[in-house]
Design a protein around this ligand. Structure first.
Ligand code: HEC
Length: 141
């Protein structure tokens, strides 16, 4: 439990560090970041794709790009007990709860390890539901 919390903290800090290093590489990026903070993402807007065109372009799709951008940090390797992407054993009991329960866990978080919105702050509610569907599909028959 303790080591999981430390691991989680390391992952979160590393992510924050990488983001600030990236931001300091070019004035343009700094300007873009400041702009992002000032812009409001209204529920239902496609804010995620608008804010992350480079990631979407690089991976060729919104849902997969969002997954990689935010959720894979924990779900690719199972940080803090996160169900591992594509692992049917990890996902079976969760899928059995029904999609509405899973959507609620993603939107609101699930203590102790799953942060609200999976830390994708550019994702709309619809984006988050779509990523959840994608993760469920990858762990189903
Ligand atoms: C900081 C790590 C972390 C990130 C980032 C993260 N998750 Fe999770 N997630 C977890 C952990 C840990 C659990 C298991 C929580 C539990 O059962 O106590 C979990 C559980 C879940 C579940 C199952 C919920 C349930 O009710 O059983 C879904 C669905 C999920 N995550 C989707 C996502 C999506 C979608 C994203 C990205 C938008 C995301 N997660 C990002 C750590 C993370």
């Amino acid at each position: 439990m303790k080591i999981e919390k430390i691991l989680l903290a390391v992952v979160v800090l590393a992510t924050m560090c990488l983001q600030s290093v990236a931001a300091s590489t070019a004035d343009d990026e700094v300007t873009a970041r400041i702009k992002k903070v000032g812009s409001v993402c209204i529920q239902g807007d496609d804010c995620g794709l608008a804010a992350a065109p480079a990631v979407a372009a690089a991976t060729g799709g919104g849902v997969e790009a969002h997954y990689k951008q935010s959720c894979s940090t924990c779900h690719s390797i199972g940080v803090a007990g996160a169900p591992v992407f594509g692992n049917r054993d990890d996902w079976a009991a969760r899928i059995a709860k029904g999609k509405d329960v899973l959507y609620a866990s993603v939107l609101n978080g699930l203590a102790p390890g799953m942060p609200a919105r999976g830390m994708c702050f550019t994702c709309s509610d619809d984006d988050l539901r779509a990523i959840t569907d994608y993760m469920v599909a990858e762990a189903s028959d």
